[in-house]
Design a protein around this ligand. Structure first.
Ligand code: HOZ
Length: 431
């Protein structure tokens, strides 16, 4: 058992950080803002374990918010980064490794024929939106409440993740002008999608969504919703954009589009594709991607794009993921965890829903199905916070918000899953 006293160095580090960094963190999602207390400061990560600066050890279910699908310090990834480091850290000029990573992405992700590498998911999304508008000559973008696409101004409307957690779904600083062409609909609502296309038949450039949503907790699309998205965008000449930053290479080697058999026009990728280093990508059909500068005229550039260390980590990770056993193992471990969590919640009479796709999942504190932001936002967040600290005290590092998914990695052995279920059982018994 740990407790707040055993996290004293983190508390001191947090107070110090707050003097020089807004809220003491470099990304709002890390602030523990919805669960109270202070974040733990990390010293070391290995396999499925995190060690904080007080020396406490935690089984990690965040995995850097998704990238660490192979576990921390996976030997292949580590060696690839070390080997790349021998040749320098940044050139601002092309390398063959960038082409190799693009080839691996194209090989894995069914709809992607051409790729541009960038440095973060936000950058990939904003470039994709600009491309969709440039390629179609239209302005309007449809997005779904509770979906989060990075901190792109025009998409910070009814946004999920930290925006939902910290109650700023529409951020101050986003002008009316910037967001006036953003239409927000409810996830999984075919009727509102249909009505929107009927209202704006020639104005919608793209519909963007997380095809497995992780940013309002894990929420899955219905088959009807996915089919309507594809059929309606095709009918009205809009582009379908899958934001697979979280679910790409996660729910399947080919992402949600492979799992569900729906081909989007453009795909946004991040997290796993960079193997834990700052790298993201966007890609799609050649005739659309060829609008990107310098092949076309839609501006896109970046000094650190395709950075050699990040590219090496991405290649090593995607190569490891070519082994189909990886996804079988992730499914097995994740199913065990999900069953264990749900059984404990039932045993202790805690109203809950367990949503899961492969190694992404959320235990929601609500008794009704969670299918969109309207239902997710009704969850008992106070109860979640108590559960969260119950797990932390028992050495399990869980997403610090009801509106985030957890991630299982290859390093989550049977033993660790069993320890986690035991910790969750105790925590649930005390709610
Ligand atoms: N996109 C991550 C999961 N919602 C959060 C990462 C962050 O904002 O720091």
């Amino acid at each position: 058992m740990t407790n707040s006293e055993s996290r004293k160095s983190s508390r001191v580090a947090y107070e110090r950080a707050k003097q020089v960094t807004p809220g003491g963190v470099n990304s709002a999602a890390r602030a523990f803002g919805a669960v109270g207390g202070h974040p733990i400061f990390i010293k070391h990560a290995e396999g499925a374990w995190l060690t904080d600066i007080d020396g406490n050890r935690y089984i990690d279910y965040i995995g850097s918010w998704g990238p660490m699908i192979l576990g921390h310090q996976h030997p292949q990834v580590k060696h690839a980064i070390q080997a790349a480091l021998e040749h320098g850290t940044s050139y601002g000029a092309p390398t063959e490794a960038e082409t190799r990573l693009a080839e691996l992405i194209i090989e894995a992700v069914p709809s992607v024929e051409m790729v541009r590498l960038v440095s973060s998911g936000t950058e990939a999304t904003l470039s994709t939106i600009r491309l969709a508008r440039g390629a179609t000559g239209r302005d309007k973008i449809v997005k779904f409440a509770g979906n989060y696409h990075g901190h792109v101004d025009s998409l910070l409307v009814a946004a999920g993740s930290a925006a939902a957690t910290l109650a700023v779904p529409n951020s101050p600083g986003v002008t009316k002008g910037t967001s006036q062409d953003t239409i927000v609909l409810e996830y999984n609502s075919v009727a509102s999608l249909q009505a929107t296309f009927e209202e704006y038949p020639n104005e919608i450039a793209a519909v963007i969504l997380e095809p497995v949503c992780g940013n309002m907790g894990c929420v899955t699309p219905s088959a009807e919703f996915l089919q309507s998205l594809r059929a309606l965008t095709e009918k009205y000449g809009a582009l379908l954009v899958f934001d697979e930053v979280m679910c790409g290479f996660r729910v399947d080697q080919g992402g949600a589009q492979k799992l569900f058999g729906i081909a989007p026009d453009l795909t946004v990728m991040g997290k796993i594709v960079g193997g834990g280093l700052p790298l993201a990508a966007f890609g799609g059909k050649q005739h659309i991607m060829k609008h990107v500068l310098p092949a076309g005229r839609v501006f896109q550039a970046g000094t650190l794009s395709g950075n050699p260390l990040a590219t090496a980590a991405g290649i090593a990770t995607l190569e490891a993921l070519r082994d189909p056993e990886v996804y079988k193992f992730l499914e097995l471990q994740s199913a065990k965890l999900a069953v264990g969590l749900a059984q404990s919640a039932r045993k202790h009479g805690v109203p809950h829903q367990l949503n899961r796709v492969g190694s992404m999942m959320t235990l929601f504190f609500h008794d009704q199905p969670i299918t969109n932001w309207a239902t997710a936002s009704r969850c008992d967040t106070a109860r979640f916070a108590k559960f969260f600290w119950g797990l932390m005290d028992r050495g399990v590092y869980w997403p610090c918000s009801q509106f985030e998914a957890l991630f299982v990695s290859l390093a989550h052995t049977d033993d660790l899953i069993a320890q986690t279920i035991a910790a969750a059982d105790e925590a649930l018994s005390q709610l």
